[in-house]
Design a protein. Structure first.
Length: 582
């Protein structure tokens, strides 16, 4: 899965990096070297600070030293260097960086202006600033009308994460932009503001713009402006957005028949969301529809039925039946739903799962997540027992979840802190080393055949992600991916697959060290999912739309060069028929 965790760089390593880089007083290195220096320094801004702790003095000193050096580079005579410096400053934050970045929004080079928009976004995303200043908003609004489309969509992206009333007019104008990316993120900005978009966007040629238009209308409570036709849209993403909008409307009379038809339609993405909407609206006949869905041969549909049961009265029997499902992807969803309810004996159930040697990793993972949410001191014993039931080699994610759940419990119940901290001091170490593959002389292309069509990935050339490329090629050569599935599909974000367990928790028995590079996550970029530092493996995800918040944090190791439209048709549970080197 993709997690919102930052790359960890030890302060000592940061100090060594700064010492190793050429001083500005020396002869300026070549352009490419200055670009790589800026990228490396920017990565210091992606240091993870655990919850409840503050940045160490060494880390702060290294970050501020990097800011000082890069502020000068932001005025470099070469535009590619200025762009790299601006990108890095966005990651680093620090005093006066906003002033430097605001100046960069007026740069003569469009690539620098676009990067400045993303850098201002990153300062807020990484919590270097609590909010956009008035000057920042003005600069971003100016960029929203830039003559270059690459600049405009980046300005729209900066407004798409948080409600920004000062950008309402700019977002409204951008929803009709000639560039589909600008339209997509402008609509997302309007959604955050609960401002109704232009209904013409429901007929947009871009599927994700149409889906976002439905979501924005729902956020604005303009359900009367959502036509019935969207429930029959050719794209499963639009139909799924329609189901979500119906669920939020509270109008069972109007939307019930449409949802019933949608639930019985093709695919998994929209029918699964229709199940949730039917249950949430308490549509007549919903319990019977969910009962039928729990017998569906497709695991995704059964899992959504378990999730939807939370909205029905007397859901406990259905959820306990879901716990008995032979597919751990379904039983873990049933456990997650049950744990979030007020059903009695949940603590005892979680205790049992955490201590069960035969529990599937998915089920144990759901129990760990629930324990972290509940922060129940009664589960401390079971959490400690869970550390003995997982093989330390290759179990970094589960062990990390145990640690997180224990730490959350200690913070919520100080009386348990001494006992838990003593246990954490003896916590098993995650000791298996990342695997290194023989590097390739050239990066090949890979043809991916799916149930929905074929697309081609051109793998990255060395030195970018050389080990990830070699690992992926080795797996393709051994036909590792043939018959596996796409288990995760998120509208206008990613499709993810290649997990031998089909759940997002599986691997091939080894892990890869992160290889962040300057490859950006644009539509079609192929990346490596992870659950913390150096936990990459055999899975892959493909970006369906630009995702700048992943840049520098996740390893990008290829790009789809043909068949992009196939990605838009993939749904959860669809198979990877084959992967072959070209």
């Amino acid at each position: 899965m993709i997690y919102n965790r930052r790359v960890l760089i030890h302060p000592a390593a940061a100090a060594l990096l700064l010492a190793a880089l050429p001083a500005r007083a020396q002869k300026a290195p070549r352009v490419q070297a200055r670009i790589e220096e800026a990228f490396s320094l920017g990565q210091l801004g992606l240091v993870d600070v655990p919850e409840g702790e503050i940045e160490t003095e060494d880390a702060l000193r290294a970050r501020l030293t990097a800011v000082e050096r890069l502020s000068a580079s932001a005025s470099d005579s070469e535009a590619p260097v200025r762009r790299a410096a601006v990108e890095a400053l966005g990651k680093l934050g620090g005093p006066d960086t906003a002033t430097v970045l605001q100046k960069a929004t007026s740069d003569a080079d469009a690539a620098v202006r676009g990067e400045a928009a993303l850098a201002l976004f990153r300062q807020r995303y990484l919590k270097h600033v609590p909010d956009y200043s008035t000057d920042t908003v003005r600069a971003l609004i100016r960029l929203a009308s830039d003559p270059d489309a690459e600049v405009r969509w980046r300005a729209a992206y900066a407004f798409s994460r948080w409600p920004e009333p000062r950008a309402l007019a700019a977002a409204s104008a951008l929803q009709s932009d000639a560039d589909s990316r600008a339209r997509l993120f402008a609509l997302r900005a309007l959604e955050k503001l609960a401002a109704a978009p232009d209904a013409a966007r429901l007929a947009d040629p871009d599927v994700y713009v149409r889906a976002e238009a439905v979501a924005a209308l729902s956020a604005a409570k303009a359900w009367d402006r959502i036509p019935d036709a969207v429930f029959a849209d050719p794209s499963p993403h639009v139909r799924a957005a329609a189901a979500d909008a119906a669920a939020d409307s509270g109008d069972a009379a109007r939307f019930g028949p449409l949802l019933t038809k949608l639930e019985a339609g093709p695919g998994t993405l929209a029918p699964g969301r229709a199940l949730l909407a039917l249950a949430k609206l308490r549509v007549a006949g919903a319990p019977e529809i969910l009962a039928k869905a729990r017998r569906d041969p497709r695991w995704w549909i059964r899992a959504r039925a378990a999730e939807a049961a939370a909205f029905l009265p007397d859901a406990e029997p259905a959820l306990k039946a879901g716990l008995a499902d032979p597919d751990p992807r379904v039983s873990s969803q049933a456990l997650e739903t049950l744990a979030a309810s007020t059903a009695p004996a949940v603590t005892e159930l979680l205790d049992k799962v955490l201590r069960d040697r035969r529990a599937a990793p998915e089920l144990r993972g759901a129990a760990l997540d629930a324990a972290g949410e509940r922060k129940d001191p009664a589960l401390v014993g079971a959490l400690l027992a869970a550390t003995k039931l997982v093989d330390v080699s290759g179990a970094g994610e589960l062990l990390g979840d145990v640690r997180d759940a224990l730490s959350a419990t200690a913070r919520a119940h100080p009386e348990t802190a001494a006992k838990i901290n003593a246990a954490l001091a003896r916590f098993p170490a995650f000791t298996d080393r990342p695997r290194v593959f023989r590097p390739l002389k050239t990066a090949p292309a890979v043809r991916v055949e799916t149930e929905r069509g074929a697309f081609t990935i051109q793998l990255a050339s060395a030195p970018d992600a050389a080990n990830h490329v070699a690992a992926f090629v080795e797996s393709v050569r051994h036909r590792f991916y043939d018959g596996l599935t796409w288990h995760r599909v998120v509208t206008a974000f990613v499709v993810q697959g290649g997990d031998p367990r089909g759940s997002g928790i599986g691997d091939a028995g080894w892990r890869l060290a992160d290889e962040p590079s300057r490859i950006s996550f644009e539509r079609g970029t192929v990346g490596m999912p992870k659950a913390g530092k150096d936990t990459g493996g055999c899975q892959l995800f493909v970006a369906l739309a630009p995702a700048p918040h992943l840049d520098g944090r996740y390893t990008a190791f290829g790009r789809v060069v043909s068949g992009l439209d196939v990605l838009d048709r993939l749904e959860p549970g669809d198979k990877i028929v084959s992967m072959r080197l070209q």
